[in-house]
Write a protein that binds this ligand. Structure first.
Ligand SMILES: [Zn+2]
Ligand SMILES: [Zn+2]
Length: 304
């Protein structure tokens, strides 16, 4: 393999579902997709900036950011990520794609940070961050087609949020699909048809009750989870129906219950999915080579 060869990979930066943080536990939702030479960030939950830096990304090269929906565990750190990249010397345009409301979020973030932004422009001679960022709001269908990279969106089932989108990234015959947050949603199988990787959210039935007990508004939480998210078995069914090459269970609920281990996730999803499987952990790298001999996780444990 030549040194300048572009290496496509997916890095799961934050693998838990929901906004809560617990000691030593995983971070909320964010992923890095390096595909066709592009650096693509999918969702910006808390921890995304640290995750990108730890994955070896130079923040100055920040390029494309996609937000699947405006729940805080997917968007809370969007502004801080771009701002941190800006103070690191961001020189190129950053394109942010998100649902309706994303432009408002960005405008208000810049307002909230106005003192710091204005003072750094004067004091450090930085370009105006507001001019370095373009925000495009998307709906269902084609989102972006640029230099061989094609991105499409499918509205999924995540009540009460209506603007919540699965995303499909394609380049040079490779494809990666993110389910975003969704209840079991059969049309996702068509959308994810034949993908190299399907990153699907998942929860585990036996973990939900314990989660509900230790949370203040437990009954409401249970109601929300059941109406708006998928069980691991359901994620496996989508992967099987879609005929994807690898299923990655992500946005895990619960993600930090000491009683729940990887074996529990594997046991649940194996009822409906017999193919290649990865249970997400923060920092886990999944390679995207077609040739199985060239497929190699850089670090972390993989479940073939
Ligand atoms: Zn979420
Ligand atoms: Zn959500």
């Amino acid at each position: 393999m030549s040194v300048d060869r572009v290496r496509d990979r997916l890095v799961l930066l934050g693998s838990k579902g929901g906004p809560a943080l617990r000691p030593g536990g995983p971070w909320p939702s964010s992923s890095l997709l390096e595909l066709g030479g592009r650096t693509i960030v999918v969702d910006c939950g808390l921890g995304v900036t640290r995750g990108l830096v730890d994955a070896g990304i130079n923040l100055k090269t920040l390029d494309l950011i996609f937000i699947t929906h405006l729940h805080s565990d997917h968007v809370l750190e969007l502004g801080p990520l771009i701002h941190t990249a800006w103070t690191a010397g961001l020189a190129n345009q950053v394109s942010v794609y998100g649902p309706s409301g994303t432009a408002d979020y960005w405008r208000h973030f810049c307002q909230a940070m106005e003192f710091d932004i204005d003072i750094r422009i004067v004091d450090e001679g930085r370009p105006d961050i507001r001019e370095l960022v373009s925000v495009a709001e998307f709906g269902e269908g084609a989102v972006l087609e640029e230099s061989g990279l094609k991105v499409t969106a499918l509205r999924v089932d995540h009540p009460p949020v209506t603007d919540c989108f699965a995303l499909r990234f394609e380049h040079d015959g490779k494809s990666v699909v993110f389910s975003s947050d969704t209840a079991f949603f059969p049309p996702l199988a068509d959308f994810a048809r034949g993908a190299d990787i399907l990153v699907h959210e998942a929860m585990l039935e036996q973990g939900i009750e314990r989660l509900v007990v230790r949370t203040a508004n437990g009954a409401r939480l249970r109601e929300h989870l059941l109406a708006s998210h998928s069980f691991a078995e359901e994620a496996g069914r989508i992967a099987s129906d879609a005929g994807v090459k690898r299923l990655v269970l992500n946005h895990l609920i619960p993600a930090d219950d000491p009683e729940i281990g990887e074996a529990d996730w594997i046991a649940a999803v194996r009822k409906t999915w017999s193919g290649d499987l990865t249970i997400a952990r923060d920092g886990l790298v999944v390679g995207l080579e077609h040739d199985p001999e060239k497929w190699e996780p850089v670090f972390g444990k993989d479940h073939a």
